[in-house]
Design a binder for this molecule. Structure first.
Ligand code: F0G
Length: 459
């Protein structure tokens, strides 16, 4: 007690080598990757903050579970364990395994979506929005007003604007609403938590207007940590009880298990309504697999069941959130503009503030992502106008609301010294920031362009 260093609550039993590279090598790698770090090979990267998704280190218990995996096509014991863990957590009746979060999204939103339908969220994650829009439906984000100011301190900046929700539901009418989706934590909005009070408010409005309320719950344990620390009345709850209370407010949930289930692959869809579940079951069998494995192998399902338990360990969650905060606060103290307060799984740098000289249509976020890689071999992701920008009829960029770069921290993977190194790389970038220039897109697909777009540096 009383020590200031929060040690990693695990020891390392197996190591994975990081290939050290020089700046000269990295310049060539980046050019080859068309200045899009998604196109880099992983061994060209030293610290991989591209995502916290599917990048967790599994525990010895989970690896033991992998060996126990029951690979039967139907009725596998591993499925029974996964289903029991999800039912215990969510309280929801109908549970379907999927190979990852977006598969659950595709099934649910294809069925509920289509032309003329609207979905409303605190902020749709990019795959959520893409699945909704691909079905022909519309996706509207209504985060609270405080969320638009990066430096503004608010304990639950992931909250949904309840006044706007009420007005939209009234205006659009329940027949045209596909669903209301609360994303916890709010990934695209900065990894910010959602309060129980807000979730209760959303639930109440959805009941009043007779529309369905879904939880995108991939970081629900991290969200529960913030509720216990920051929201009155939850001081004596366990993290799991908090999550359970949130699920009880909903009509269903989609989860990418690649986050808070501490696994490398997996997801699920959980529903309350039998009729909706029947429809989704058909889509699941057509596209993912039979109801007792979805797109997963038995060993994956075993690891998910164990991960869903481990993630609620108070020591783990404390280390997890405190270590993300550590990185964020150090960067903030250096003068880097960030989304504040620091969220759960990632630190979000305000790239426009970092490079004020780069206009938005020259993608300041992409510039920062490239500089981080060149200087330190650090891979991060742009969450700005590359990811969310659109074009008007004349082909002019409609920028995203913010130009961010996300440093997403894989779970249980990096140690404190890796983090200290990242802080040093930022110190270097700060010194060199005035001379950095933007990028232009030379090739892009229609949907989710950030994954495969090609760029050219501007001179
Ligand atoms: N919802 C949220 C809030 C997510 O963050 C993600 C994935 C998904 C759904 C889709 O899940 O990848 O398993 O299909 N987020 C990753 C990320 C990719 O890097 O933030 P998936």
């Amino acid at each position: 007690m009383g020590f200031k260093t929060i040690i990693e609550p695990f020891r390392i039993k197996m190591v994975e080598h990081i290939k050290m590279t020089t700046q000269k090598e990295r310049l060539a790698f980046l050019k080859n990757a068309h200045y899009n770090p998604f196109l880099l090979q992983s061994d060209q990267v030293m610290i991989d903050f591209l995502t916290d998704s599917g990048t967790s280190a599994m525990s010895s218990e989970q690896w033991a579970g992998v060996m126990r995996g029951d690979e039967s096509y139907a009725g596998a014991k591993s499925w029974q364990r996964m289903e029991a863990a999800i039912r215990d957590l969510t309280g929801l009746e109908y549970i379907f395994p999927t190979h990852q979060g977006r598969a659950a999204e595709r099934i649910l939103y294809t069925y509920l979506g289509g032309k003329g339908k609207t979905f409303i969220s605190n902020t749709h994650f990019d795959t959520t929005r893409a699945n909704i829009e691909y079905s022909g439906a519309e996706a509207i984000d209504i985060p609270i007003a405080e969320a638009t100011n990066p430096e503004f301190i608010h304990p639950f900046k992931g909250n949904m604007d309840l006044k706007k929700l009420d007005a939209l539901l009234k205006e659009i009418g329940s027949a045209k609403i596909g669903g209301v989706i609360l994303t916890v934590t709010n990934n695209s909005g900065g990894g910010q938590p959602v309060s129980m009070e807000n979730a209760r408010g959303v639930s109440k409005l959805c009941k009043k207007h007779k529309v369905s309320f879904f939880l995108d719950c991939c970081r629900v344990a991290e969200n529960a940590y913030f509720i216990k620390q920051r929201e009155k009345g939850f001081e004596n709850h366990t993290y799991k009880q908090i999550a359970q209370e949130m699920f009880a407010l909903t009509d269903g949930a989609v989860m990418s298990a690649k986050k808070d289930a501490l696994v490398n692959m997996g997801g699920f869809l959980a529903l309350k309504d039998k009729k909706l579940a029947e429809a989704c079951k058909s889509l699941l069998i057509i596209s993912e697999g039979f109801t007792t494995y979805g797109g997963l192998s038995g060993r994956d399902m075993e690891a998910i069941a164990i991960g869903l338990d481990e993630v609620f360990d108070p020591n783990y969650l404390h280390y997890r959130i405190i270590s993300t905060t550590y990185l964020g606060e150090k960067l903030h103290n250096l003068g880097v503009s960030l989304i504040m307060p620091i969220g759960g799984h990632a630190v979000y740098v305000d790239a426009q503030a970092f490079y004020p000289q780069i206009p938005v249509d020259q993608y300041p976020g992409q510039a920062l992502v490239c500089e981080l890689y060149k200087a330190g071999g650090i891979r991060s992701v742009e969450i700005g106008s590359v990811m969310f920008g659109k074009y008007d009829k004349k082909g002019k960029l409609i920028p995203a609301p913010k130009e961010l770069v996300r440093l997403a921290i894989p779970r249980r993977v990096y140690t404190q010294s890796h983090i200290e190194y990242v802080i040093e790389v930022f110190e270097k970038l700060l010194q060199e920031r005035a001379s950095v220039k933007g990028y232009k897109i030379v090739e892009e697909p229609e949907f989710l362009r950030h994954f495969t777009a090609k760029f050219k540096p501007l001179t």
